[in-house]
Design a protein around this ligand. Structure first.
Ligand code: AKG
Length: 413
């Protein structure tokens, strides 16, 4: 009986996904997140961005094909075309809900409601910087205005999110008090915005967790990437209880941008592959990135999550050998799940003979392991002068094969 009791007292083994590190966070609650895709709002704030209506429609459709939950559009108060674009995109009949982003302002709200969007993302600065140097309003004014604007939007039957710009440099007491006030009147979501990219994952987790314990509505988070934390912060927010994350394609936005859509999906695939694969079409990420990259006249970075040209290229001999035996040895993302292809790079001084042998098999040459080792030694010697292309390697293998049939391959080396 004593043995049984101690058996029962032992904590159950956590279920560990092969994609996760072996130390899962028991607090983690990362399934069920939603993506608010803001390429057509935050992305329009990228230095190079200029989107025609046709281009916005193309991007909106491509994002809808990925399966993002919401599209956020530039405020109709920005310009006549912005207002028209809200109408056009709202009438496309996309699966994604259409939001527009507005100041916490009655005139902006009225203009936005008339465009036919499904909801409004309302924002106002709450840090002392923005209160003093941007809009000049105090917290009482902000709270009263938020209540007026949210009540009006709700009365028109639309979703409404209320967000505090520059949240991480705002006073925590101010933040919690305004979030509680808007939650009480039935706001759909509250938003935390790391407008200047100053937050780190631990601070994000703490703030979201604190907020989670004082409001009952959903929590949206928006992270700028000035210090490279935008994806990690999004993940920490979800661990803390956030429900919605803002993204943009390739992370474009004000300054160096926000959480990139592809990077967030890569992170979330690693955390909960089946949720992400059932909900989003990961093979469509590349299409929308190519459309946006060309629209804003940039190239997809070489080391981009998922779609960068080297994202699935394995080079060192040790890696190549293991990858050829079992790709999970050095990959947490399966390229085929993203419509991508894995490459094993050969022709450089790090080339291992297993990778050469693999190429021998692909070329269907009748060569032994020792032959592959011989050619690898030759590749390494040549590659100390300059790396060889795949064509160079293939030529070397074919020439060696030919020499072997003539019995002269020892001379060849
Ligand atoms: C920012 O604060 O950086 C924004 O772009 C606004 C975010 C929001 O509306 O929550």
């Amino acid at each position: 009986a004593a043995n049984n009791a101690s058996e029962n007292a032992r904590p159950k083994e956590p279920i560990v996904s092969p994609y996760m590190p072996k130390y899962p966070d028991p607090m983690s609650n990362i399934s069920n997140f939603k993506i608010i895709e803001s390429t057509l709002r935050e992305g329009e704030q990228f230095a190079n961005a200029f989107f025609t209506t046709e281009k916005k429609v193309e991007i909106a459709k491509a994002l809808d094909a990925v399966g993002v939950d919401y599209l956020e559009l530039t405020s109709p108060a920005a310009s006549e075309q912005s207002r028209n674009d809200c109408k056009v995109i709202s009438s496309l009949g996309l699966k994604a809900k259409i939001l527009t982003h507005t100041r916490c302002h009655m005139d902006d709200a009225k203009l936005a409601i008339d465009t036919g969007v499904d909801g409004l993302d309302v924002v106002i600065g709450t840090s002392s910087y923005l209160r003093e140097f941007s809009h000049g309003k105090d917290m009482d004014y902000i709270t009263n205005k938020a209540i007026e604007v949210i009540t009006y939007i709700k009365s028109k039957g639309l979703e409404v999110r209320f967000s505090t710009e520059d949240s991480f440099r705002s006073d925590l007491v101010d933040l919690l008090s305004i979030y509680k006030a808007v939650d009480k009147i039935g706001v759909t979501r509250v938003g935390i915005a790391d407008t200047v990219g100053c937050a780190n994952p631990r601070q994000v987790y703490e703030l979201v967790r604190t907020l989670r314990s004082v409001v009952s509505c959903d929590i949206e988070c928006h992270f700028h990437n000035d210090t490279g934390c935008a994806i990690a912060n999004a993940y920490a927010a979800l661990e803390g209880g956030a429900t919605h994350i803002d993204t943009s394609v390739l992370g474009i936005g004000e300054r160096n941008g926000i959480t990139p859509l592809g990077g967030l999906l890569a992170r979330m695939y690693a955390a909960d592959k089946s949720y992400v694969m059932n909900k989003y079409d990961l093979t469509k990420i590349r299409d929308v990135e190519n459309i946006v990259a060309s629209a804003v006249d940039v190239t997809v970075p070489f080391n981009n999550y998922i779609t960068g040209y080297c994202a699935f290229t394995h080079k060192a001999g040790i890696h190549a050998k293991a990858i050829l035996n079992n790709p999970s040895t050095y990959e947490i993302l399966k390229p085929e799940d993203f419509g991508m292809t894995r490459y094993v790079s050969i022709g450089h001084r790090l080339t291992g003979w297993n990778a050469v042998k693999n190429r021998v098999e692909q070329l269907d040459l009748d060569l032994t392991d020792q032959d592959a080792k011989n050619v690898t030694a030759k590749i390494k010697t040549l590659a100390d002068v300059r790396p060889l292309s795949l064509d160079d390697v293939d030529t070397l293998l074919r020439n060696y094969h030919h020499a072997k049939t003539q019995g002269s391959h020892n001379k060849f080396l």
